[in-house]
Design a binder for this molecule. Structure first.
Ligand SMILES: *Cc1c(COP(=O)(O)O)cnc(C)c1O
Length: 374
């Protein structure tokens, strides 16, 4: 008798659809027979500047010790981060990307009887980790594409173990200011953990933007997550971290894999933290690129969700998948967000000025073609 091995997987996992990443350049190059150098990928919120030279040389240096296990405690990187953030090293938990930390948090603090609250249109990893551990997802309807923080606080029940808040959120780019985040935290019971995902923290430019780390002393149920994948330009190496109370960090540390961050990644992350010039340039390029894209959308009469990240969700209408395909044929990869329940939008990451320009030209052509073909 044939066994359906998929039916042996735990229930939440059986119903899971995998995270859909942006299309890799190499894949589109194969499909279209194009030179990879002709393709622009603005689909995964990667840093268009390329990596920091300091990070590259630290990574190269680390290659000499490929035969050794990494420092499982990430001592040096935690020292550097603790100085950078003004926290105790014991408050930091390192992860293989912040995705890893998000998953470890869910596994440590929630289970089959728990509810996990997050917003509609929030980062796709929250529903995935929730379902993988068999917890109940409580997706709270968004308000103006952003988190409805009052409704999220009201959705907390005695079964709620975790609340995920992405600030800024991906894929919408929406952000809440420090007053709103503090008011929200004030409403959450002290025995419910709040994960404030600040993957785009370094890109925020508003005066009232919140700094989760500054809130930790007042809200001991808070866990702040940050990453080296975006403004720090190290997405390939997979390094992220959380900052929490030492007690919470101690729990996370028991469950994470012993060598979850590799030596090359540890070395590059420690080095890039000292490259303040790189961070400065990342920020400046992003601010200029966001402006370029948003102004062009205004001129084209396209609606978009004003963004505080390094990407913009632009409304292209019900033909969004057709527009996406047409952009691919022009060698431009963006991100469809149908999986987020946003079938009329495409998410485009901020590129270098010339990449943004090429994307905007291709978009104008794709929209014209979609209009004619409709
Ligand atoms: C990109 C992103 C992350 C970070 O992912 P890494 O695993 O650190 O590369 C986390 N949260 C959000 C909302 C993101 O968009």
């Amino acid at each position: 008798m044939a066994i359906d091995y998929q039916s042996l997987a735990v229930e939440g996992v059986q119903a899971l659809s995998p995270y859909q990443p942006g299309k890799p350049i190499s894949e589109l190059a194969r499909e279209l027979g194009l030179d990879p150098a002709e393709i622009i990928k603005l689909a995964s919120n990667e840093n268009p500047l390329g990596p920091s030279k300091k990070a590259i040389s630290a990574a190269e240096n680390a290659l000499k010790e490929l035969c050794l296990y990494p420092d499982g405690n990430g001592f040096e990187l935690k020292q550097k981060l603790s100085a950078y953030l003004g926290v105790n090293p014991g408050q930091i938990t390192l992860g293989n990307g912040s995705n890893d930390v998000l998953e470890v948090i869910a596994r440590c603090f929630a289970g089959a009887d728990s509810e996990i609250v997050f917003s509609q249109y929030a980062f796709a990893v929250y529903p995935i980790v929730t379902q993988a551990i068999g917890a109940k997802a409580v997706a709270v309807p968004a308000k103006d594409w952003g988190h409805d923080l009052d409704a999220m606080a009201a959705a907390v029940t005695e079964r709620t173990r975790l609340v995920f808040v992405a600030n800024p959120n991906n894929p919408t780019g929406t952000v809440h200011d420090s007053d709103a985040i503090e008011a929200f935290l004030g409403k959450i019971p002290a025995d419910v953990l709040v994960v404030l995902d600040e993957a785009y923290y370094e890109y925020m430019t508003g005066e009232k933007d919140p700094d989760g780390v500054a809130l930790l002393s007042r809200f001991p149920n808070l866990i702040v997550c940050r990453t080296f994948s975006k403004a720090w330009g190290l997405a390939a190496l997979r390094v992220g971290y959380s900052i929490s109370s030492p007690a919470i960090a101690d729990i996370l540390n028991r469950v994470r894999q012993p060598f979850n961050v590799n030596s090359t990644a540890l070395a590059a992350a420690a080095a890039v933290l000292e490259d303040t010039d790189y961070l400065q340039r990342s920020r400046a390029a992003n601010t200029a690129g966001l402006k370029q894209l948003q102004e062009a959308f205004d001129q084209m009469g396209l609606r978009y969700i004003p963004s505080s990240g390094n990407f913009v969700a632009v409304e292209v209408g019900p033909q969004a998948m057709g527009v996406y395909q047409a952009l691919l044929s022009h060698g431009v990869i963006v991100r469809p967000v149908t999986g987020y329940g946003m079938p009329n939008h495409l998410r485009v990451s901020v590129g270098l000025p010339e990449q943004n320009e090429l994307f905007l030209n291709a978009l104008a052509k794709a929209l014209a073609a979609a209009g004619q073909g409709a």
